[in-house]
Write a protein that binds this ligand. Structure first.
Ligand SMILES: Cc1ncc(COP(=O)(O)O)c(C=O)c1O
Length: 387
């Protein structure tokens, strides 16, 4: 069993601890629950793979070790039931967002609109505008149970009104923690097919899914999506390797792939990093048990947090996510402004991600990928902040 209760001192090693999103009281211990890094040690299978690579003192330009593609193909088959990826369809991307930007450049021209869903991962907002494209948001809607659902009618309206050619999909969804069902994904892909909209599918959270929910890639639900999607995946979230840049893309269609790889090469985001390649091979070859135990631990953290908030923190509402390690918390019931809530949280040393960064004013995102004792400390601080 991995010891996820063990505290890892991240100060000096992670911006989550070193550069909190907003100021906190100096007389309180810092409890950073914001940026999507985990407070768990990287497993030995990754460390050993890096160490083994270090033993060979050659670090010049090189193509990825063929085991890179083989281990991705095996991982996708075993964990997600995807059996039709071939090595040439895979390309290293030194960050998921680098791949997203190359995909945006492949599918759109400067000034073109790009459809996403609100609330959205804040990196998408920056990536789209930095690439000189225009963000068009279709708000997710909550059903009677508080579950976020795709608003197909709204998406269709925006596709028509804005003449959308490109949809940037986040599956599973950051920040809400939704894991879209096959049926929902089929509906979204059918809409894209109807209007000839190409898809960028960001699946970096695919490994964080709680049964019975199951991650389904758009590429697996229709022939159209299979041929018109640029998929971005990675080991960075799953194994806490964001600083190593351990991402990759998968594109099935030959012509789309040729165009996408040209843009990846021109933005230099596909230059392989020798140690990242080694890390991914180690992770995907021997990391299955680690991920199984990690996902179970995070699920328990979410259950604990959800129950606590429902019982102890009036004004804040929390549903139980189906995936990711982020919880999307509704603070609108506090009747206070986001700024005031930030001040109160900061006074208790607690740092969450303010919802306004995600087009979700009034909400906060809480990252629960941390030892249980830290989560309990965070929940007590949240209670005190909202008292
Ligand atoms: C949906 C999504 N895509 C991309 C990223 C960023 O990945 P990278 O650091 O590899 O660019 C994140 C980080 O949290 C994310 O949540």
């Amino acid at each position: 069993m991995y010891d996820f209760d063990r505290k890892l001192d991240q100060r000096g090693f992670d911006e989550k601890w070193d550069a909190p999103r907003y100021p906190t009281a100096e007389d309180k211990p810092l409890i950073p629950m914001w940026v999507a890094d985990m407070d768990f040690a990287v497993p030995d299978c990754v460390l050993n793979a890096i160490r083994a690579r270090l033993d060979h003192p050659a670090f010049g330009y090189s193509d990825p070790d063929p085991r890179f593609a083989q281990s991705i193909i095996a991982w996708m088959k075993e964990r997600h039931g995807v059996t039709d990826i071939r090595p040439e369809m895979i390309r290293y991307q030194n960050s998921a967002l680098g791949g997203v930007v190359a995909a945006l450049k492949t599918l759109t021209r400067p000034g073109d609109p790009v459809l996403i869903q609100f609330p959205n991962y804040n990196g998408f907002t920056h990536a789209i505008s930095d690439a000189g494209r225009r963000l068009v948001g279709s708000p997710l809607i909550q059903d009677g149970e508080g579950v976020f659902r795709v608003d197909l009618a709204d998406m269709e309206k925006r596709i028509l009104e804005e003449n959308i050619r490109c949809f940037l999909f986040c599956a599973p969804h950051n920040p809400t923690g939704r894991v879209w069902t096959r049926e929902e994904i089929q509906q979204v892909c059918a809409l894209c097919e109807k209007y000839g909209v190409s898809i960028i599918s960001d699946e970096v959270w695919a490994d964080f899914v709680f049964a019975p929910a199951r991650h389904v890639s758009p590429t697996q639900v229709s022939d159209y999506a299979h041929e018109n999607t640029i998929t971005i995946c990675g080991a960075s979230k799953t194994f806490n390797l964001a600083g190593l840049h351990t991402s990759y893309s998968v594109v099935y269609n030959d012509e789309l792939r040729r165009r996408f790889h040209k843009w990846s090469a021109e933005s230099y985001c596909d230059d392989p990093n020798t140690l990242s390649i080694a890390a991914l091979i180690g992770a995907y070859t021997e990391g299955h048990r680690y991920v199984d135990e990690l996902v179970a631990y995070i699920r328990q953290n979410m259950e604990l947090a959800c129950g606590f908030i429902q019982r102890e923190v009036p004004g804040v509402r929390s549903g139980l996510p189906e995936g990711t390690y982020t919880m999307w918390l509704d603070f609108t019931g506090t009747g206070r402004s986001q700024a005031e809530n930030i001040r109160r949280l900061g006074d208790q040393g607690l740092v969450l991600s303010p919802g306004k960064d995600y087009h979700g004013e009034g909400w906060f995102r809480m990252n629960v990928a941390c030892p249980r004792a830290q989560l309990e400390q965070a929940l007590q601080a949240l209670k005190a902040a909202m008292a």
